[in-house]
Design a protein around this ligand. Structure first.
Ligand code: ADP
Ligand code: MG
Length: 319
């Protein structure tokens, strides 16, 4: 059996009397994506720093690609890449020069560096900008270059600390696309995020931390199910049909909420079976509908029900 790509084992980090990370354990199988989700100050960066040998655990340990961060830090570093919250690239150099410089530090030969540079610039959509100094790059371009640079040594395990914080929605979804390609190529990913949607989009498993402790874990779907049932949402084409439609939906024995303005009915539902049953009743009674679907609680709802507070965004935290 192959060992997990990443293991956190009872990780603890104290800063004075602040237990920033308070006994965090999880494993990530090879090729999987783990989303470490939590609000500002939850302990995400501190956890990643311990797992990437940048900070020594107060107690507990972690293993990356089977190597222990305490006793085999060199082997850990050789098997991982890290894109931190702060940019690591040199502003004055061009994108291509940055890749060449870091590649040189890894001991990659000149000829290989040339083709590697071409490939990474291509992969991260930076060909046109490759010969411009980084200080002229947009936020999204910098993040992509950061990521390109952390992939120079082709590490099997990649840690990304809030890779899309501060990016506009377009750059964010571009980056998600790049990350999906990496994962398709077999890379194991641990990413931290404050964006519930991001964890939902990318992660196979999510670990939610707050105040240094794990407060929930599971697949995105499992977490959403924890926050309550799905609901069935029907939008009728004509408001006049609302009362009849309401009675039909109520046949499944649940309370039905009517929103007249939106021509919408909402009722608790178990799943697809409920949806098909109601859809059939509506069709048989000749009621025209614009839309019918299941709506599951968002991860935002999950977060609220777990922590009692909404996930704070970076922008709000800075305000
Ligand atoms: N170098 C440090 N010295 C003292 N306290 C720190 C240090 N780094 C982080 N902390 C504290 O540890 C807690 C977790 O911080 P951090 O891991 O950066 O959270 P997150 O990345 O989830 O926003 C916070 O209370 C923070 O103030
Ligand atoms: Mg952080």
């Amino acid at each position: 059996m192959t060992p997990p790509a990443i293991e956190a084992i009872e990780l603890v980090k104290e800063f004075g009397d602040n237990r920033a990370v308070d006994g965090v354990s999880f494993t990530v199988p090879q090729g999987a994506v783990l989303g470490l989700l939590g609000p500002n100050g939850a302990g995400k960066t501190t956890t990643v720093r311990m797992m990437t040998t940048l900070s020594e655990p107060t107690s507990g340990t972690a293993r990356v690609a089977g190597y222990d961060v305490r006793t085999q830090p060199d082997m850990v570093r050789r098997n991982m890449g890290l894109t931190g919250q702060a940019a690591t690239v040199d502003e004055l150099l061009t994108g291509r020069e940055n890749i060449r410089m870091i590649g040189g530090l890894y001991g990659i030969g000149r000829k290989d560096l040339k083709s590697l540079g071409d490939r990474l610039l291509e992969q991260f959509d930076l060909v046109a900008a490759g010969d411009r100094p980084v200080r002229s790059y947009s936020g999204g371009m910098r993040r992509r270059l950061d990521l390109a640079v952390s992939l120079i040594a082709a590490p099997p395990v990649l840690f990304l600390d809030e890779p899309t914080t501060g990016l506009d929605p377009r750059s964010r979804s571009d980056l998600w696309e790049v990350l999906r390609e990496l994962v398709a190529g077999g890379t194991t990913l641990l990413l931290t995020t404050q964006y519930l949607e991001e964890a939902d989009q990318l992660a196979d498993e999510i670990v939610v931390i707050d105040h240094g402790r794990i407060i929930a874990e599971g697949t995105p779907l499992q977490l959403k199910e924890q926050a309550g049932n799905a609901s069935l949402v029907v939008t009728v084409s004509h408001a006049a049909d609302l009362p009849t439609a309401r009675d039909l939906v109520a046949r499944s024995g649940t309370e039905v909420h009517v929103d007249v303005g939106a021509r919408q009915l909402t009722a608790a539902a178990d799943g697809i079976d409920d949806l098909t049953r109601v859809a059939n009743w509506l069709r048989d009674s000749g009621i025209k509908i614009d839309d019918i679907g299941l709506s599951r609680p968002s991860l935002d709802d999950v977060f609220l029900s777990l922590t009692g507070h909404r996930a704070e965004t970076a922008e709000e935290a800075q305000a």
